[in-house]
Design a protein around this ligand. Structure first.
Ligand code: 3PG
Ligand code: MG
Length: 396
């Protein structure tokens, strides 16, 4: 894998794909971890006189411009952190982007608007993605892949554009790959995997593979409810997609046959709605009232999870245990974070939300072995899967 150190970049137009998909509240960036993680590569390129074009996505807009998903707050924060102006183009590859790039000096930065404002970015049709990738490629002389959090997506700005320009990995992608390799071979056991978070759909596929790799799998967050439902429990109004229950049931059977351990919550914090001032209480996992939703693991589960984490040699944690953004539902996530922070195991935390959670709860990054900026990406990497955005970097 070539890196930016292998290229002369002075005066060159360098298109950098970053993962700047950060949490926003009321137009303000609430956790800038992913923006900070992008800085080493951007600073190196700028110091070497490159003309830097940053491209990124934010959220999941519907393939057309939507002011709610504008990268404006992200560009503003990047500018503060870089200590240089960052011009945000008004479009992705259109006249505004082209003009901004044309007038870009060495050592200057422009950011393209949210890549997902163009439906071709995430199209399943190779030809459509190819057309968009060609427009992106026309803006630059070199492509740098540094958005580790999206390398598992076969999308135009991640995959197809690399086929159309000389390409290199940025420092973040290089560092992520080096750190996460430690979870693919010679793993110090017991190996405990903790899964939670909201993007249940994305992570479900991983569980089957993780069963055979890990010694124990602890499941919390929204991920837990399909499993509790598969056990025959009523989960009230908790997040749940019907088809996930069958998958969860099959997964539990698989684990039982493989003799591996899946640990589910035995109690949950429930409320009528996800609001900080909603009355909430702890109930047993098999006694969730019909009009209540689970928003955190309960205290007994937190003790069980931390006990299970204590003896581990390696721990991988992806996904908060509850809606940590709201104080009444943060205890489970805090308990798991603190168990990892005090553990002697090699600890890896994956995902934008999980990284944001530990910082919001006041833990120092240095309390953990490695914090990956990628959630889905790190999960796929540790299963040994082929990631399109990494494979393409090895293409000539
Ligand atoms: C993430 O936040 O996990 C990455 O930015 C990828 O976003 P996506 O799941 O919407 O593709
Ligand atoms: Mg995410």
């Amino acid at each position: 894998m070539k890196t930016i150190d292998d290229f002369a970049v002075a005066g060159q137009r360098v298109l950098v794909r970053d993962d700047l998909n950060v949490p926003l509240d009321d137009g303000q960036v609430t956790d800038d971890g992913r923006i900070r993680a992008a800085l080493p590569t951007l600073t190196a390129l700028l110091d070497r006189g490159a003309r830097v074009i940053v491209c990124a996505h934010l959220g999941r807009p519907a393939g057309q411009p939507d002011p709610k998903y504008s990268l404006a707050p992200v560009a503003a924060r990047l500018s503060e952190l870089l200590g240089r102006p960052v011009t945000l183009a008004a479009d992705v590859t259109g006249p505004s982007a082209q003009a901004a790039v044309a007038s870009l000096p060495s050592g200057g930065v422009v950011m393209l608007e949210n890549l997902r404002f163009d439906a071709r970015e995430t199209s399943k049709d190779d030809a459509q993605r190819g057309l968009f990738a060609a427009e992106l490629a026309a803006l630059a002389d070199l492509y740098v892949s540094d958005g580790f959090g999206v390398v598992h997506r076969k999308q135009a700005s991640v995959y197809d554009v690399a086929l159309r320009l000389p390409h290199a990995a940025g420092y973040l992608v290089r560092a992520e790959v080096a750190a996460l390799r430690r979870l693919t071979a010679d793993i110090r056991r017991p190996y405990v995997v903790v899964l939670g978070g909201a993007k249940v759909e994305d992570k479900f596929g991983a569980i089957g593979n993780l069963i055979s790799m890990a010694d124990r799998l602890l499941i919390g967050g929204a991920m837990a409810f399909p499993f509790l439902a598969a056990e025959g429990y009523k989960v009230g109004t908790s997040l749940l997609a019907a088809d996930q229950v069958d998958v969860a049931r099959a997964t539990l059977d698989l684990a039982a046959r493989a003799g591996s351990t899946i640990i589910l919550p035995s109690d949950v914090v429930v409320a009528g709605e996800p609001a900080a001032d909603a009355p909430h209480e702890v109930t047993a996992a098999d006694a969730i009232p019909a009009d209540q939703m689970g928003l955190d693991i309960g205290p007994e589960t937190a003790r069980m999870f931390t006990g299970s984490i204590r003896g581990a040699g390696t721990i991988f944690w992806n996904g908060p245990m509850g809606m940590f953004e709201l104080a009444p539902f943060a205890d489970g996530t805090r308990a798991v974070a603190s168990a990892l922070a005090t553990s002697k195991a090699f600890t890896v935390i994956g995902g934008g939300d999980t990284g944001a959670a530990i910082r919001a709860l006041g833990f120092a990054d240095s309390a953990f072995g490695y914090i990956s900026t990628g959630g889905g990406a790190s999960l796929e990497f540790i299963q040994g899967k082929t990631l399109p955005g990494l494979v393409v970097l090895d293409e000539p």
